[in-house]
Write a protein of this length. Sequence first.
Lengths: 354, 253
Amino acid sequence: MNRHLQTSYLEDARLERRPGTRLFVALLFGLLLTAPLVLNRFLIGELSLILIYGIASIGLMILVGFSGQLSLGHAAFLGIGAYTHALLLSSQVPLIMALLGGGAVAGMAGLLVALPAVRMSGVYVAIVTLTFSLICEQVLIHWRSITGGFGGMRVPSPTMLGFDLSKPVAFYLLCLTLLSLTIIVANNILRGRSGRAWVAIRESELAARSMGIPVGGYKILAFGVSGFFTGIAGALFAHHLGYLSPDAFRYPTSVLLLLMVVVGGLGSLAGALTGAVVVGLLPQGLAMLRDTLPPALGEQPGLEPGLFGFILVATIIFEPTGLYGRWRRLLETARSFPLRAHPGRRAPSRHNKR
Amino acid sequence: MSELELNRLRVSFGGVHALCEIALRLEQGEIASLIGPNGAGKTTVLNAICRMVETSGGEIFYRGQDITRIRPHRVARLGIARTFQNIQLLGGATVLENLMTARHTQTPVNPLAALVYGHSAKHAEVRNREKVEEILELLGLQRFREHRARELPYGIQKVVELARALCLEPGLLLLDEPAAGLDTREAADMALWIQGINQRCGTSVLMIEHDMNLVARVSDRVVVLDQGRILTQGTLESVRANPDVARAYLGRP
């Protein structure tokens, strides 16, 4: 039973819409802050990767889940962010500036991709982004003087104000800070004028135009913002890898990112984060699975991408609102038990799409 | 200065002349109905005004400004709002979100405040919400506020689309068959609302409608369109008495 009495219009736009949410977020944040005290170095490293995935997933979610433009080449933005960041660090640019630089260059790449992409719709946008990522891959391989080609390049260790942030715990806290900032900024954009314009474009371009929304302009903006956040994630990812090579930024990574937003649930930031956690844990789960499977199956090459593809397809068919969408519906059912949940009072569209 | 003026407007799709030399004036505060048989070009007139189809010739003036060449979203910004024959709501969004989205043109742009959700962003949010609540109340939609548009009955969706058009605070309202698919009572309500909006806000209305009861109740003027030309215009009685109109609808006797 929901006994909350709304007293201000602003409550609808608050970050935490339900009374319990604030407590949950505070608890989660507290847990994440204290995690380094209990977890070992390896687990902290893995947790950092999940946080980085979270930033990238939010970046992709803005484009796919909110503005409704499909991208099959987001690994390219991750790569652009990573290489730019590493190059800036190598030329003695301070860490924060290099991070922002990585994001900015990836964001500009996003604007560039958007120019042809906004003239198309649906699957053709996806093809443009896929082509873009293939081009980027070739550039990373062949522009040896800058990227080191297949040989790759070393990423300078992160330092800020004289502190070495390359230690697992320090790096973890850096990732946590940046993810928190990303969530706040992304949420601010999404609950305002631009976020609503994106959702309008996703639902009906005709309606968006009739409401005075310049559809092309907002699509370009979505690509730019998405590229920016993904670029920031790429910059952090560079430190996680320690050594950059084009292999890390090819299409399997793009599929991995897409898997996060689809499995988590399109159209919500919580979905993006859920997806990042699930996908971040998958390799570990798969490793355990490999041990239990008969060798003939467990030692098959390509088991991992195969499984990813399978999960992607299965989610789209059986759970199109993703894990977060399912969770919302469970909550709704629990809240109105023993009555059936009112069909109209489901989660608003910001939180789940279908 | 008239609210809307179409001057020898032409629209062609390849060799098909959808509209030929349409000349139409709408005075400020007037309600005009566009009627005619299927395929007469009624929706094309609205689409041309909204710049959603390319014109092949002629001019469109809104309050003296030539809008023949501007982009569709600029039309809405000038104060022309429309509804669609086949409803174009944001299906997955709630009624509230639909209406808040339609406040786009009325919301000041302030990127920095938007990023940190600062004072001016909050202020705009509250102001928009007040306006939206006012419109929800005007059209009796409060209880559907949190419902998703897709899940509402057809009749209610029609009203929500009207509400969304009102959120633009338009000077000119273009309605494409507002009563299509509504039952008698809903259609009567729609007539009251259209009149109410017109009287309260002084909004001019150009409406396509087949329901002659509704047309009779609200229209100051009726314009009959047939095969891309204006057949006749005037009061409903005078139009009804015109033998050409009967011929257009029923064919040659």
